[in-house]
Design a binder for this molecule. Structure first.
Ligand SMILES: Nc1nc2c(ncn2[C@@H]2O[C@H](COP(=O)(O)OP(=O)(O)OP(=O)(O)O)[C@@H](O)[C@H]2O)c(=O)[nH]1
Ligand SMILES: [Mg+2]
Length: 337
């Protein structure tokens, strides 16, 4: 707990201050669904009781939390009710945190986590349009601002437009981009990029890859080949295979993660487009189903629309709309509130 607080304050002093407000705003659609039933309860009824549990259950399913995560959360809430209940909001917040905490981790790469001058590779994988290239740009900016020497690799050689898109991000962020002509072998591009990164003393190489479905054997084989490239280096760079997901696909995300994890083995997840969807509850489903760390959240199309995932802040953004905490504060009679 103290460690989490410390990291949070580190993040704030590093320039992330106020991001909870942004997350709270951007998760508005998911929260509205999640709390639809709960918010209908009169303020005085915001105790943890059977009626509240019914409302929470509806909210969970409406926000795409999925049956497994919903059942686990309700089970814990029932246990809390048996133990005496209490006010709904703090109990819900605590239990959401407990569910999400295991998938919170320190962000990948960058000084401090990269082990000095060690080269670290973040390989972005996922289906078409999930926001990989955009995330590559955001991550480059994020780590560069924190003092890391960053480079981008245009490992999506499928279309010239994809290479140009990454090059534009590189220009905006003032980060070098290693690119080869469209149609080049992506594994060779990654090899060249790793070589160049080592030669230039780069600390973090972020490789964008082409979108692909895990059901396409040829494309999965290509990705496996890309993933084997770092092993050819001595010493091998530390690699993080980060799967990039569009939160808007809801429960389909589970199938995608299962497929990619089986194909190449994943080290973490990044969940994008949480700003435009009411299905952000899928993050709870992913946390319940897989033990994969959730690293980053994408909350918009701009460079700064990136959040490091923190369990407590995500949970708070789900259950604490500003108007709700205001009214519960004024309606509260307990000194603890
Ligand atoms: N609202 C919103 N839009 C996003 C976010 N991340 C990416 N996008 C948009 O989603 C679209 C696709 O993003 P890309 O980064 O090109 O996705 P990709 O995974 O690289 O796509 P492919 O290379 O075709 O597989 C673009 O219009 C982005 O601006 C996000 O967090 N929120
Ligand atoms: Mg792309």
């Amino acid at each position: 707990m103290a460690e989490a607080r410390q990291r949070r304050s580190d993040a704030e002093s590093a320039g992330d201050g106020g991001w909870l407000a942004t997350l709270g705003q951007r998760l508005g659609k998911t929260r509205a669904r999640f709390l639809e039933g709960v918010a209908r309860l009169a303020p005085g009824a915001r105790k943890l009781d059977e009626q509240a549990l019914d409302a929470v259950e509806t909210g969970l399913l409406m926000a795409d939390v999925g049956p497994t995560a919903a059942a686990r959360l309700l089970e814990r809430l029932r246990a809390r009710l048996r133990d005496g209940g209490g006010d709904l909001r703090p109990v819900l917040l605590e239990e959401l945190c407990a569910l999400l905490q295991p998938v919170e981790a320190a962000p990948p790469g960058g000084p401090g986590t990269a082990g000095g001058d060690d080269l670290r590779l973040v390989l972005l994988v996922g289906v078409n349009g999930s926001g990989k290239t955009t995330l590559a740009g955001k991550l480059a900016a994020y780590y560069q601002q924190r003092g890391a020497r960053v480079m981008l690799a245009a490992t999506d050689t499928f279309r010239a437009a994809a290479i140009e898109q990454l090059q534009r991000w590189g220009e905006r962020v003032s980060v070098p981009v290693l690119a080869r002509p469209a149609g080049s072998d992506p594994a060779s591009v990654l090899f060249d990029a790793l070589q160049a990164a080592r030669a230039r003393g780069i600390q973090l190489l972020i490789a964008d890859t082409a979108g692909r479905l895990h059901t396409r054997a040829d494309l999965v084989n290509e990705l496996r080949k890309i993933c084997r490239i770092p092993e050819r280096f001595e010493p091998a760079p530390r690699v993080e295979r980060l799967m990039v997901l569009d939160a808007g696909i809801g429960q389909n995300a589970l199938e995608q993660v299962r497929g990619f994890h089986a194909a190449v083995g994943l080290d973490g997840l990044a969940i994008n487009k949480l700003d435009g969807t009411a299905r952000g509850g899928v993050l709870l489903a992913l946390a319940t189903e897989f033990a994969l760390p959730v690293r980053f959240l994408g909350v918009g199309e701009q460079l700064t629309d990136l959040e490091v995932f923190r369990a407590r802040d995500f949970a708070a953004a789900l259950v604490e709309p500003p108007e709700w905490s205001d009214s519960s504060r004024s309606a509260s009679t307990t000194p603890a509130e």
